[in-house]
Design a protein around this ligand. Structure first.
Ligand SMILES: Nc1nc2c(ncn2[C@@H]2O[C@H](COP(=O)(O)OP(=O)(O)O)[C@@H](O)[C@H]2O)c(=O)[nH]1
Ligand SMILES: *[C@@H]1O[C@H](CO)[C@@H](O)[C@H](O)[C@H]1NC(C)=O
Ligand SMILES: *[C@@H]1O[C@H](CO)[C@@H](O)[C@H](O)[C@H]1NC(C)=O
Ligand SMILES: *[C@@H]1O[C@H](CO)[C@@H](O)[C@H](O)[C@H]1NC(C)=O
Ligand SMILES: [Mg+2]
Length: 449
């Protein structure tokens, strides 16, 4: 089937994003700027990702490609976490040979429900700065992989799974074994003997071989297997969330996390909004950002933040289960008013996934609320993922932040604030359920440089 998105070629996604009128003026200068940054930042070793390499050159270099995907129901912010695990694995693999991480296109996420907008096959460049990612580990977009590797074929798909027998003797040990698939495979063989399945909406992509792998342990336990037992040039790990962080919140974790810089247009939109509605600018708030993440090393407590309370109020599936650690709207607003008074802040920015009905209620009981409400054109440009990032960016710049219990959306805001250099007291806060007894507050994961 013809696929216009695919045949669009390899123009930077950023280029066509910028063609939307409301952003043109802002971005022309940046475009020139970021071209310069790209030129100076990418080291030679990281050039694997450049599509100037023909398949012949890639082959001559013995390049190998690691692709991955995640269990479909997982949301955007857990996916960002799994990226960190995969980046760590690729760093381990690169000690022995030339591996590149292929970024799984975004799409078909359960929470991205805005109607009438195209939300699959979204390249990472629409949400994150590729140059920044490449300053940590070599990465390429999926379409570059297709071009470089000679076609839409993934030679070996390994579906990760737990051990059918669970932990034997209740003893935890790290191990990995080729095993029969425990669950029904979501890939099926076509007439040519290739595997078809969900490859991020790229219908022409095929898997040449699909097998299951039971794995229990840290991401890098897969390294010897990928290095020695498997000879394919391209290997995809499906259900990659099965393996754990090599060293959660250690230096390598933070290096990768720091490299996950949001795309410039999203940060700009967030900054514009802060200036216009929240009297918040980087100079005033001591949150000056550096385009080069390797140069950001802010002392905790150095950031002041804009004169507003930042709130992430997670609803939808978090309230459907009647979790006792999530407040009612009334309970949340009571806490918000409390904090505004205590912290002497007269503005409040609320990021939320509340439905229409709850939003109406929220505006009624908290009339002074400020929210980022994109126009349809903005939404079409940013997509649900971009809007969520703008929400996170604005929360990350608040003088004081409060989020929702065990929400990865809130966790990513904590990290952003940690990078900006906020006092942990202003960051690691969460709402308590209306009748929650022991309301344990989030853990401070101190940044490591
Ligand atoms: N724009 C926006 N979207 C949100 C907000 N909270 C949740 N969402 C959406 O709901 C999804 C929640 O899933 P996830 O990222 O997995 O975070 P978690 O489920 O809270 O751990 C996000 O990715 C967003 O698409 C919010 O405050 N603002
Ligand atoms: C990988 O190969 C080694 C040596 O041939 C073998 O001992 C090991 O069991 C293999 N690992 C897996 C997971 O197949
Ligand atoms: C598929 O991959 C498995 C695991 O690497 C391997 O044992 C098997 O021989 C492969 N099958 C084919 C047809 O190549
Ligand atoms: C914005 O903040 C500055 C200093 O932080 C303050 O002097 C100014 O009065 C504020 N403006 C408004 C409109 O609140
Ligand atoms: Mg989720």
């Amino acid at each position: 089937m013809a696929d216009h998105r695919f045949s669009r070629g390899f123009k930077s996604p950023v280029l066509w994003l910028f063609s939307v009128q409301s952003l043109i003026k802002l971005c022309l200068s940046i475009l020139a700027l970021s071209a310069v940054v790209v030129e100076c930042q990418i080291e030679d070793t990281f050039r694997a990702g450049n599509s100037v390499f023909s398949p012949a050159v890639a082959a001559a270099r013995d390049l190998r490609y690691l692709l991955y995907d995640i269990n479909p129901p997982e949301g955007f912010n857990l996916r960002r976490d799994v990226y960190i695990r995969m980046a760590s694995l690729v760093k381990t693999l690169r000690r022995h040979s030339d591996w590149v991480l292929v970024l799984p296109p975004w799409g078909r996420l359960y929470h991205w429900q805005s109607p009438d907008i195209h939300q699959i096959r979204i390249p990472w460049g629409e949400f994150f700065s590729l140059t920044s990612l490449q300053g940590n580990v070599p990465v390429i977009e999926y379409e570059e992989f297709i071009a470089e590797s000679g076609g839409p074929f993934i030679e070996q798909v390994l579906v990760l799974q737990n051990y059918a027998e669970g932990w034997t003797d209740g003893k935890w040990e790290e191990k990995v074994d080729q095993r029969p698939c425990v669950e029904r495979l979501l890939y099926s063989k076509d007439k040519q003997g290739y595997y078809r399945g969900w490859f991020w909406g790229y219908e022409e992509t095929r898997g040449v071989n699909v097998t299951c792998l039971s794995a229990q342990g840290h991401a890098s336990i897969l390294a010897p297997l990928l290095q020695n037992n498997i000879t394919s040039t391209s290997v995809m790990l499906d259900k990659a969330e099965t393996v754990l962080h090599d060293h959660y919140a250690g230096k390598d974790y933070w290096d990768t996390r720091r490299s996950m810089v949001f795309s410039k247009h999203l940060r700009l939109l967030g900054d514009e909004f802060r200036a216009k509605y929240l009297n918040s600018t980087d100079e005033q708030d001591q949150t000056v950002y550096n385009e080069d993440w390797t140069r950001i090393k802010n002392k905790l407590g150095s950031a002041r933040g804009g004169p507003y309370l930042g709130v992430h109020l997670r609803r939808k599936d978090f309230i459907w289960g009647h979790r006792e650690d999530v407040p009612s709207l009334k309970g949340a607003v009571k806490k918000i008013r409390d904090l505004m008074k205590k912290k002497k802040l007269d503005r409040v920015f609320v990021a939320t996934d509340a439905d229409e009905e709850e939003l109406e209620e929220l505006k009624r009981i908290l009339p002074e609320i400020t929210r980022f409400e994109p126009t349809w054109e903005d939404l079409e440009l940013l997509k649900d993922g971009g809007v969520a990032i703008v929400d996170q960016w604005i929360c990350a710049h608040a003088r004081y932040f409060i989020g929702t219990s065990v929400s990865t959306f809130s966790f990513r805001i904590h990290e952003e604030r940690e990078i900006l250099g906020f006092d942990p007291k202003t960051t690691y806060n969460r709402f308590c359920g209306d009748s929650e007894k022991e309301c344990e507050q989030p853990t401070h994961w101190k940044i490591v440089y």
